[in-house]
Design a protein around this ligand. Structure first.
Ligand SMILES: [Zn+2]
Length: 371
């Protein structure tokens, strides 16, 4: 007997019965959602250990959490003999430093909470952002490369460019950075696939790619956009990847930033034909929500086609959280598809990595995260 029915039998008035029935249904359903929302298992990732084999089938058990931690290392030592410092800064933000020059891929440090992101207008805290970059020793950023202009890639980027004196590079949506960051137009560089840029000692080649399937905010950002903004104002714009090589690295060796889990079939094949030593920063956001065959295809198109010999995962962390946690999975299986199934993405990537003998790593360093 349902609560509504029980209440119904206790009350006589027909209108009252209807109201009570609806109310009890509403309370029951809300309780279901609330309990489900809080019954989560956040996985906190701390620095530890060396790369090791894992069994991701048991990923959500305590043992596999330990294994996951072992898969991570905080320092990126590629390629150590070149004096190149590589730093993962959360979501898809990665800093490459050589000498006095730092190149920043994407720029998202504010890590708005879900409540802030969904229910209010937001603006980067310039002082906090500047302090964060100073603490990380990232004051000499130039350029900021933008993959696409969704909040988790672009929200802070115009302000980063402003406070560091960097140029910002991306698709046509980054024209919005002129107003958002108060940047002079000559420091906003709109690029398209095939373009090459020099930021000595870095050589940057622009490649187009697709956003991960199910882009919730397609379209281009209005140039008139200003802070504080709603995150739905940050539309995708063109989705780009960047291949970065260094003068002293040789022509066949480089780093591919692939910041969204989409691909254009065959797109990378030709460009990487004569390149055989690629480190790929591979985005796995929303990859686990796709069918398994999509993930296998993604691996083929972005890792095998680029002749990668090393892969570092990005876009696996819960960007509504300030720390390095993976997105939690809800207790109720029925609600899980609404969230990013990073566990499934990692399982797929891990199996492909073992089969093709291409090492995959995850970088964890809480201190570099969030402001
Ligand atoms: Zn996106």
């Amino acid at each position: 007997m349902s609560i509504g029915y029980a209440l119904k039998s206790l009350t006589g008035n027909h209108v009252k019965q209807k109201v009570i029935f609806k109310l009890s249904f509403f309370i029951g359903f809300s309780a279901f959602i609330i309990v489900g929302f809080f019954w989560m298992r956040p996985i906190s990732l701390k620095n530890s250990g060396q790369t090791t084999g894992l069994n991701f089938r048991l990923f959500w058990s305590p043992q596999s959490t330990q294994a996951w931690e072992k898969w991570t290392r905080s320092q990126i030592d590629f390629p150590s003999n070149l004096g190149l410092k590589v730093r993962f800064l959360g979501v898809t933000s990665v800093a490459l430093t050589q000498g006095k020059r730092t190149l920043l891929m994407d720029g998202y440090f504010s890590r708005l909470s879900a409540g802030e992101a969904l229910f209010q207008r937001n603006e980067p805290d310039r002082d906090a952002l500047q302090g964060h970059l100073r603490r990380l020793g990232l004051e000499n950023i130039d350029p900021v490369l933008v993959g696409h202009t969704h909040v988790d890639h672009y929200f802070d980027a115009p302000v980063v460019a402003k406070v560091t004196g960097a140029s910002i590079v991306g698709g046509s949506s980054i024209l919005s950075a002129i107003r958002l960051g108060g940047l002079p137009p000559e420091r906003v560089v709109v690029v398209e696939s095939g373009d090459s840029l020099e930021f000595d000692p870095f050589h940057v080649h622009v490649l187009d790619s697709n956003h991960s399937p199910g882009d919730l905010l397609p379209g281009v950002i209005s140039d008139a956009l200003s802070y504080p903004l709603r995150i739905n104002h940050l539309k995708c714009g063109e989705n780009l990847s960047y291949y970065v090589s260094l003068k002293n690295l040789g022509t066949s060796k480089g780093i591919l930033f692939h910041p969204s889990a989409g691909f254009i079939p065959g797109r990378y094949q030709e460009f990487f034909r004569n390149r055989n030593d690629t480190l790929v920063f591979l985005a796995v956001g929303k990859l686990g929500n796709q069918p398994r065959r999509y993930c296998d295809e993604y691996w083929k198109e972005v890792v095998l086609a680029t002749r990668a010999n090393r892969v570092i995962l990005t876009h696996w962390d819960d960007f509504f959280s300030k720390g390095m946690t993976m997105q939690s999975q809800l207790f109720f299986p029925i609600m899980r598809p609404a969230f990013d199934r990073v566990d499934l993405a990692l399982e797929c990537i891990y199996e492909n990595s073992i089969r093709d003998r291409i090492p995959v790593e995850v970088r964890v360093n809480d201190q570099d995260f969030g402001i």
